[in-house]
Design a protein around this ligand. Structure first.
Ligand code: C2E
Ligand code: MG
Ligand code: MG
Ligand code: MG
Length: 277
């Protein structure tokens, strides 16, 4: 395009590229700074047994606490971190913080449930993840059965053989594996029988419009049946209403996370929720 439309267009094009590059470099600097100055924080969203509201786990969700801008949600910076390469540092920071918290909470006497940590698809394929995970768990004296890693179908799509190998190494350490946002990833279902998975998380987009949307009902029902017959645990994301809870119980999905019980909350609030139980 640039070549065929002459000199002016070409200069415009390079300026555009420069602006993008500049923005990327500035974001990269801002993210490095955020790690150094403890501007990332974790919220914890309880995962519950929907038949009795017992907390059976929690998902760690990152937020960026900027002194000027306040709390920035992950959708605003995780995609950028995936582009500029910071995602690996961020994911490992999250895992490290979670392991440290688990240990501290246990020492303080809390009955701590398993914590789920999101790992970006970008993190697979370099062969570093299994040993990085092992190092972090050891360093924090965190037991591997306290951790679940959430991955998306994108992990399998990118490089199935390599991802499979790394996932098996991680599962062999005793860490649980869940497929996040299940049903949104365009991948084939055949990986479900070859990968060492523990759990499927039904994407919240299939839960939000239940009971009104018959198609979403059908999809949720099918995912629950598939999980149950494959011997995988199934958990629904984004359960917001009593009707959705009843639907899930009726269909045989007994775990959920969602605003009906709690959104992601800061550490102190999460510990208060644990105390209530
Ligand atoms: P996700 O892993 O699917 O996380 C669930 C998201 O759904 C969270 O948004 C959570 O607050 C939201 N949610 C939970 N219950 C409900 C509900 O009942 N209704 C509605 N409307 N939403 C609900 P959040 O915290 O903004 O995170 C968005 C995404 O950012 C996550 O989706 C995940 O893909 C990514 N993310 C968050 N933390 C991390 C992290 O530490 N590392 C990486 N790599 N990605 C992260
Ligand atoms: Mg998740
Ligand atoms: Mg999800
Ligand atoms: Mg998501």
């Amino acid at each position: 395009r640039a070549k065929s439309t002459g000199k002016n267009r070409y200069e415009f094009y390079t300026h555009e590229m420069t602006d993008q590059a500049l923005e990327r470099i500035m974001m990269l600097g801002a993210m490095r700074n955020a790690i150094e100055h403890d501007q990332f924080i974790l919220h914890y969203q309880p995962q519950i047994d929907i038949t009795d509201n017992r907390i059976i786990g929690a998902e760690a969700l990152i937020r960026w606490k900027d002194p000027q801008l306040g709390l920035i949600p992950p959708d605003r910076f995780i995609p950028l971190a995936e582009k500029n390469g910071m995602i690996k540092i961020i994911d490992l920071w999250v895992l490290d913080t979670v392991c440290r918290n688990i240990r501290q909470w246990q020492i303080a006497g809390y009955q701590v449930p398993r914590i789920s940590v999101n790992i970006s698809a970008r993190h697979f394929g370099t062969n570093n993840l299994p040993s990085d995970v092992e190092t972090i768990l050891k360093r924090n004296q965190c037991s591997s059965d306290m951790i679940e890693l959430e991955i998306t179908e994108g992990v399998i799509l990118n490089n199935p053989a390599r991802a499979g190998k790394e996932l098996k190494q991680i599962r062999d350490m005793g860490i649980r594996l869940a497929i996040d946002d299940f049903g949104t990833g365009y991948s084939s279902l055949s990986y479900l029988k070859s990968l060492p998975l523990d759990r499927l998380k039904i994407d919240h987009s299939f839960i939000t419009d239940i009971p009104e949307d018959q198609n979403d009902q059908a999809i949720a029902r099918a995912v629950i049946a598939l999980s149950n017959s494959l011997g995988l645990e199934v958990i629904a994301e984004g359960m917001e209403t009593e009707q959705q809870r009843q639907f899930l119980i009726d269909e045989g999905c007994l775990y959920a996370q969602g605003f009906l019980f709690s959104k992601g909350v800061p550490e102190e609030e999460f510990l208060a929720l644990l105390n209530r139980h």
